[in-house]
Design a protein around this ligand. Structure first.
Ligand code: F0G
Length: 460
């Protein structure tokens, strides 16, 4: 196995935040108090936090400087115009509507377009797009190509849409029932895998033929653009900005959680070309988020987003960013820890049921691994498996599990160094040596929806 290059951080550190590893006894106590649910552990008691890459980025000196120059006028703030120009430069759409985060952008878009009985295809929906469609009485339909579901296949673009399926789906459902279609870049729920420019163009072709509006869920568009440059024939000489523009030129608009690839701690937006739809979205925005030139954010937040969008397409940064994830994946492989191939753009997805074959699915091996990592080293990860997605079959009363039982190690942007990654891999190494001692769990309390956030469990 050739090692990927050791990523060298293309920044130096001038502000630091201390982190502490609580003692073993303190970790044990925290686990018990949290009902063996690491969502309930206070962040102060976490040493290395890989729960999410969302809103956890370190801002640059220039972004922090922007906080001081932010214009806090209610209407028409200077910071809005700078933000609008930054979004237009990268995305190229006519209208830019700020929101407080990604799901608020999704809410105003779906509230306006989706009616009961409608269907919205995507490669794979993220939970919040799915939920925002379902609360309107719509159906969120996943049409990713088969590769997305094969964790062992090392292919360059496992986020691709199955365009033949998409075409057949629209014909079968009827265009009237498909108010829009989406592509999530990178495909978070499918391992953080990218979508190729060729596939974006094909998807666009199908949707244009049927006159179905095409929106990106663009949270990690920069990481996707970098993978296109690295992996797609004919794209190696394009600038990352040109690739991003080529991606967005295929679509009618995008929703964005700026908490990912705009390198900020809060923020989002919708951007689109259609004048009439933009007006309806602005009206929805005013009711729930704020005036259209701030959308639920402070002027300083708009400054930070504008600056983040100017920084994120830097090639050295994206090389380091994606190498960092690939490097962690390789370290884990050396320790005998199986994970989805290839590494995603923002996270490593460990195959927990393969790593802990002695724990049956109904004892939640992914959850057990998340507990073991906290217990061993104060590391926090998120289970994406039976607790998050297990559903009771209404006929048999038995729980049905998702095809993959994983834990996601999401890497915050510009926050942890290579030595932190080694600390994570070393913790896995120690766990691997005594993995038969890890116990499964049983759920003792669960909420009716999204149970993973608040469930309480005990070890069996
Ligand atoms: N779309 C995708 C693909 C996402 O990954 C997320 C958030 C959202 C939309 C919603 O954005 O959080 O700003 O409202 N993903 C985070 C994660 C929470 O941990 O993957 P938001």
């Amino acid at each position: 196995m050739p090692q990927p290059p050791m990523p060298v951080e293309p920044f130096r550190i001038k502000t630091v935040e201390s982190i502490r590893r609580p003692s073993r006894a303190a970790r044990e106590k925290a686990l018990r108090q949290a009902g063996f649910n690491i969502f309930a552990i206070p962040a102060e008691k976490v040493f290395i936090d890989l729960l999410t890459d969302s809103g956890t980025s370190a801002m640059s000196d220039r972004q922090w400087a922007g906080l001081l120059t932010g214009d806090e006028s209610y209407a028409g703030a200077r910071s809005f115009y700078r933000f609008e120009a930054a979004v237009k430069r990268v995305f190229g759409f006519k209208h830019v509507i700020p929101t407080h985060q990604g799901r608020a952008a999704e809410r105003i878009l779906f509230e306006t377009l989706v009616k009961k009985g409608d269907a919205v295809p995507n490669n794979i929906h993220f939970d919040t797009t799915q939920a925002n469609i379902e609360v309107r009485g719509g159906r969120a339909v996943n049409l990713a190509a088969a590769a997305a579901y094969n964790p062992d296949l090392d292919a360059p673009f496992k986020g691709d849409m199955d365009t033949a399926k998409l075409d057949a789906f629209i014909r079968r459902t009827g265009v009237r029932r498909v108010p829009l279609a989406m592509l999530t870049v990178t495909n978070n729920s499918g391992g953080g895998q990218p979508v190729s420019l060729a596939n974006i163009r094909e998807t666009s072709g199908v949707l244009r033929r049927h006159r179905v509006p095409f929106f990106f869920d663009a949270c990690r568009f920069a990481e996707n653009a970098y993978f296109i440059k690295q992996r797609e024939p004919g794209c190696g000489r394009m600038s990352l900005l040109a690739i991003a523009r080529a991606m967005f030129a295929c679509a009618d608009g995008a929703t964005m959680s700026a908490k990912k690839d705009a390198l900020v701690n809060i923020g989002g937006f919708v951007t689109l070309n259609d004048d009439a739809l933009a007006e309806r979205l602005r009206n929805a925005l005013i009711v729930g988020e704020g005036f259209p030139t701030y959308g639920g954010l402070a002027g300083r937040d708009l400054e930070a987003m504008a600056q983040g969008l100017e920084e994120v397409l830097d090639e050295e940064y994206l090389a380091y960013r994606t190498d960092q994830v690939a490097y962690l994946r390789a370290l884990l492989e050396e320790k005998g820890v199986p994970s989805v191939k290839p590494a995603g753009g923002h996270a490593v997805y460990v195959l927990a049921d393969r790593f802990l074959p002695h724990i049956p699915r109904h004892r939640y091996p992914g959850w057990a691994l998340s507990v073991a990592l906290y217990r061993e080293a104060g590391i926090r990860v998120v289970e994406i498996g039976g607790v998050m997605f297990g559903k009771k079959d209404p006929r048999t009363g038995r729980e049905v599990y998702p095809p993959l039982e994983m834990v996601r190690l999401a890497i915050p942007r510009r926050v942890y160094t290579v030595s932190h990654l080694h600390a994570v891999a070393d913790a896995f190494g120690r766990i691997a040596e005594a993995k038969e001692t890890i116990r499964g769990l049983r759920i003792v309390y669960q909420a009716p929806h999204l149970r993973h956030f608040t469930a309480r469990l005990e070890e069996v």
